[in-house]
Design a protein around this ligand. Structure first.
Ligand code: IPM
Ligand code: MG
Length: 370
């Protein structure tokens, strides 16, 4: 029996808890069938934590996240907390975890599964076989830059300020993650910025170019303006392998890429820190979809993104490639079998809820492992 793997599970708000329940089924299954045991702690984050603990991510939760081998995160936010002051928002829960654990590289794959080709917002020919990865910087840039705030000017009018700021070290370390991934995939990295109008963009382009030349001469590097990238993603998405961008551009482009795959409900992500001297690396896994308050509690949310985030956790934090692939294949087979949650519903398919989808994936795991 392998050593225990310590997970901190933070379901959060909205559909977070209901999709997380389906992952627990997979964890139980692995316990039973693969003799892999996880030591699981559960905690509060986001609005749920605000209500119970007065803060979106308490020091205690942060300490447990630090001590865990990996964090499995649901989603945060909802209308209930929308009118709170800015420094009390549920979203600060995830931002604090990313920042304090040093999770600077957010990996967001956008893969069009064959059974879902028709669910894409684009014509099937444009997206069939699409498999790209967005690497988004996630502890810097305009999300954290100072100065920031809303202030009143001498004329009595207010002004809002955010600051996009990147040091060359911040750019270099996330660039290396992007190049490294590209090297293991199809060998192409597209780095996006707005070097035509932003100083931080100019530096971004220069540093990525230097790293490429010095350390990854075998990877094809292309620089692209972020707005052009948005357009290219909609017109010719298959030209991309790995896309590298800042916190803000990566946020925007990953939502866009998600639409290409049919639904935000399908997309997982991993957010990784640096590998420490002891070989350990902090990591957090979360679906790209948010808390989807409009459908929360109805039992209709798509659990696939959360389950696929768990697959990424197996692969990236524990090197369990075989088990990760098993979960991915099970999800794909269930879709191929015609089951659909509402967000990916198509004519002729069977519409099911969150629980039925989760059960079906576990049944499929049974079949695959038989
Ligand atoms: C994401 C989300 C978050 C972000 C929010 C919830 C703070 O949109 O993970 O993409 O902007 O990073
Ligand atoms: Mg986002």
């Amino acid at each position: 029996m392998p050593a225990n793997k310590k997970l901190l599970v933070l379901p959060g708000d909205g559909i977070g808890p209901e999709v997380m329940r389906e992952v627990r089924r997979i964890i139980d299954w692995m316990d039973r069938r693969r003799s892999v045991s996880f030591e699981i702690e559960e905690g509060l984050v986001g609005g749920a934590a605000l209500d119970a603990e007065g803060t979106p991510c308490s020091d205690a939760t942060l300490a447990r996240a630090r001590a865990a081998d990996a964090v499995l995160f649901g989603s945060v936010g909802g209308p209930k907390w929308d009118s709170l002051p800015f420094d009390k928002r549920p979203e600060l829960g995830i931002l604090r975890l990313r920042k304090e654990l040093g999770l600077f590289a957010n990996l967001r794959p956008a893969v069009v599964l064959d059974p879902l080709v028709e669910a894409s917002s684009l014509k099937p020919d444009l997206v069939r076989g699409l498999d790209l990865m967005i690497v988004r910087e996630s502890t810097g840039g305009i999300y954290f830059g100072e100065p920031r705030g809303v202030e009143t000017m001498p004329n009595g009018k207010r002004r809002g300020i955010d600051t996009e700021v990147y040091t060359e070290d911040e750019i270099a370390r996330v660039a290396r993650v992007g190049f490294d991934l590209a090297r293991k995939r199809r060998g192409k990295l597209t780095s996006v910025e707005k070097a035509n109008v932003m100083q931080s963009g100019r530096l971004w382009r220069a540093v990525v170019g230097e790293i490429g030349k010095a350390e990854f001469p075998d990877v094809e590097l292309e620089h692209m303006y972020a707005d052009n990238c948005a357009m290219q993603l909609c017109s010719r998405p298959k030209q991309f392998d790995v896309i590298l961008g800042s916190n803000l551009f990566g946020d925007l482009l990953s939502d866009l890429a998600a639409a290409l795959t049919g639904s935000l409900g399908m997309l997982p992500s991993a957010t990784l820190g640096a590998i420490g001297a002891d070989g350990r690396r902090h990591a957090l896994y979360e679906p790209v979809h948010g808390s989807a308050p409009d459908i929360a509690g109805k039992g209709i949310a798509n659990p696939c993104a959360q389950m696929l985030s768990f697959a990424m956790l197996l692969r990236w934090s524990f090197g369990m490639e075989e088990d990760a692939a098993l979960v991915e294949t099970a999800v794909q087979s269930v879709l191929a079998g015609g089951l659909r949650t509402a967000d990916i519903m198509q004519a002729g398919m069977a519409r099911v809820g969150t629980g039925v989808m989760g059960e079906a994936v576990v049944r499929e795991l049974d079949k695959l492992a038989a």
